[in-house]
Design a protein around this ligand. Structure first.
Ligand SMILES: Nc1ncnc2c1ncn2[C@@H]1O[C@H](COP(=O)(O)OP(=O)(O)OP(=O)(O)O)[C@@H](O)[C@H]1O
Ligand SMILES: [Mg+2]
Length: 350
């Protein structure tokens, strides 16, 4: 099957990109005695175009699950299908991109040499490699550092090279083990935008992270692992929305008298004091605005300086509808929003 046929097949197939059934991974000691039950009987599906997050404390089995999905570890029991085949299948591997927990890069190669090396492993022609590498280096903000060796890069700069490496083969399934670890807030935002763009283009993204705010920003569904077992799994909005509570947001500069009257009425109707406070911009938005202003005053950056959020070749496939919940129209009336909020939930949905 050619790459294009793969894309067409994937585009018409709503089925799971990853299907795990009763997966188990037991690490054994030298004498083959069970040492650690790293993953203990987990089942999940990940669908095309979805961003799926694996969460859990240290040692809960996230990386082990990811490595089984990549065919790097063999499950002790259970069944695992990735892109319709075994994860160990060579054809599956050609359609995977992987950013490991720790990127192992050759310290004496430049970023472009590193990417050429991996591009050759996937059998990409020189002209394809050159075009993609140029776009990737721009996307990760390292065009200006192209002649420096990776060994002298900061942690975040090296992480960006690892990310570009995971994308050189234009994969259909991208597996990112803690993608934002070591990145500055600008890099985090960029990686999150990239993940969302990739998902909109029909790619499937699986990530693990300890940074809950990042996970909340980008994931459609999550699974929380503890002790090798899934403790909770579902769509982000189903898990987090408090459907029996409501929050009203008033327009800017409501006159104090109006507010006082509203509160008095609310107090009377509810029989208790409602909560009132000022909304805050989140720190990420604030930080990005400050850096954007500072950037206008610096001409020779010493770190990273991307001009494009996504490499053009990664952004060429047709958009697919988001796998997440239907977005609430900003212009929808409050009643319509409430209707959506109070619709009964399908108890069988995961
Ligand atoms: N190669 C290995 N040999 C033996 N035990 C292992 C091996 N790899 C992982 N483990 C064990 O399996 C368990 C799960 O580890 P895993 O790396 O999957 O956790 P994790 O959720 O990714 O944690 P972290 O958040 O620290 O990255 C741990 O107890 C770990 O010690
Ligand atoms: Mg890990």
């Amino acid at each position: 099957m050619t790459k294009d046929e793969h894309v067409t097949a994937a585009a018409s197939a709503p089925e799971a990109v990853v299907a795990a059934r009763n997966l188990v991974k037991i690490f054994r000691d030298f004498w083959h005695r069970p040492k650690v039950h790293a993953v203990a009987d987990i089942s999940f599906d990940i669908r095309r175009g979805e961003v799926f997050g694996l969460l859990g404390p240290n040692g809960s089995g996230k990386s082990t699950t990811i490595k089984m999905m990549l065919g790097l570890l063999h499950p002790s029991a259970g069944h695992l299908d990735v892109l319709g085949r075994s994860p160990r299948d060579v054809q599956t591997k050609a359609r995977l991109g992987y950013l490991p927990e720790e990127s192992y890069l050759y310290p004496y190669l430049t970023p472009a040499e590193t990417l050429h090396f991996f591009g050759r492993l996937f059998g990409l022609s020189r002209s394809d490699r050159e075009a993609r590498i140029e776009q990737l280096l721009d996307m990760i903000g390292l065009l200006h550092a192209r002649n420096r060796t990776v060994g002298e890069f900061s942690k975040g700069m090296a992480r960006r090279v690892g990310l570009a490496q995971a994308l050189i083969n234009d994969p259909d399934l991208i597996v990112l083990d803690e993608p934002t670890s070591g990145l500055d807030p600008l890099g985090c935002r960029q990686v999150k935008n990239l993940i969302q763009t990739l998902a909109r283009r029909g790619k499937t993204v699986v990530l693990s992270s300890h940074l809950l705010a990042d996970v909340e920003d980008v994931c459609d569904r999550i699974a929380i692992l503890y002790n090798g077992r899934i403790q909770a799994m579902g769509a982000m909005h189903d898990l987090l929305e408090q459907r029996n509570r409501y929050r009203l947001t008033l327009p800017e500069d409501v006159p104090p008298d109006t507010l006082r009257q509203m509160l008095a009425q609310a107090r009377e109707l509810l029989g208790q004091e409602p909560d009132v406070d000022h909304p805050r911009v989140d720190l990420e938005q604030f930080f990005l605005r400050i850096i954007e202003q500072a950037r206008g005053q610096v001409h020779t950056p010493s770190g990273t300086a991307p001009t494009k959020d996504i490499a053009a070749y990664l952004a060429t496939q047709g958009e697919v509808p988001s796998a997440s919940a239907p977005e609430t129209d900003a212009k929808a009336s409050a009643e319509e929003k409430l209707k959506h909020l109070t619709e009964p939930k399908d108890p069988t949905a995961t």
